[in-house]
Design a protein around this ligand. Structure first.
Ligand code: GLU
Length: 287
């Protein structure tokens, strides 16, 4: 925690607010510190999974909990032109290439798994500029080898409470920066917005720890500032899986309808447990 940190809580409205979100939101607010700024951002570029109704519900639930943004709430779907401008820059510099491979072709040709569990793209279209996709739109991939040459190494990051972490971007291969369906991507939009909003401490769950390697590459390629990172512990179910929207019992709406107060939700034992595991001793004192 730094005295003047700017943090953000960046949920994707693919379902109702649940206790996992409460942990992320509270963690972010606490990490901003008394004098810092805590921002809320709605990451809704995937318009097939994110709906205006879910965004509205998410914002209502956050208001009910008293988790307010210290600045305007940015909604990514309203800023697509800005993300396309970043893609244009990367394309003009020769760091992106179009890829027409189908999922199936990639699954058949891939031999490696990236640190986040995804398949490493085997590079088929990198070597065949003339390849076309029988009328299909391409996805646009980052030429990771070229990017790391430009940066003269693999960027790492500072993890709050741990120190310097070595990046693993080289193990991700040529990641997609413009998806076929949305025309943009999570890595692209999140790094753009973190830079634009002056986020100094990126707070989020441990499930996105590995994504940091890729995001550090984009920041350095674009000349954006390097934030520090603070990944918090997740709420896990009895089988050790991350809590998700499928676990309706932990939905904030469900608890509210069952008579819980906002304070009780903020101090829910599962929230407390995850925050106590993530924050320095004595910092968490409930909502
Ligand atoms: N929108 C992402 C999610 O809901 C979080 C992005 C981030 O914090 O970097 O999983």
């Amino acid at each position: 925690m730094t005295p003047s940190a700017t943090t953000r809580f960046a949920p994707s409205p693919t379902g109702f607010l649940h206790l996992g979100h409460v942990v992320s939101g509270l963690y972010s607010r606490i990490m901003a510190g008394e004098a810092g700024r805590f921002l809320i951002r709605i990451e809704d570029i995937d318009t097939t999974r994110c709906t205006p109704e879910l965004t509205q519900a998410l914002r209502e639930d956050l208001d009910w909990l008293g988790l307010y943004s210290d600045g305007p709430v940015r909604q990514q779907s309203e800023h697509l032109a800005e993300y396309h401008a970043v893609l244009d820059t990367l394309r003009e510099r020769g760091w992106l290439y179009p890829c027409f491979c189908t999922r199936r072709e990639i699954a058949e040709a891939a031999t490696q798994v990236a640190p986040d569990g995804s398949l490493v793209y085997p590079g088929t279209c990198r070597h065949s500029a003339a390849r076309e996709g029988q009328g299909r739109d391409p996805v646009w991939r980052l030429d990771m080898g070229r990017a790391l040459d430009v940066l003269q190494g693999v960027p790492g990051w500072h993890e709050v409470g741990h120190g310097r972490v070595a990046g693993k971007a080289d193990a991700f291969g040529d990641i997609v920066l413009a998806r076929r369906d949305t025309g943009v991507s999570y890595h692209l939009c999140v790094t753009h917005d973190d830079a634009l909003e002056g986020v100094t401490t990126v707070t989020r769950g441990r499930d996105l720890y590995e994504a940091t390697s890729v995001q550090r590459v984009l920041q350095d390629l674009m000349g954006w500032p390097e934030p520090v990172y603070a990944h918090h512990a997740l709420i896990l179910d009895a089988e050790g899986h991350k809590l998700s929207k499928r676990d309706g019992a932990e939905g904030v709406r469900v608890l509210r309808q069952a008579g819980w107060t906002a304070r009780q939700v903020l101090e829910h034992p599962l929230v407390r447990q995850a925050l106590e595991a993530s924050l320095p001793t004595g910092v968490y004192s409930g909502g």
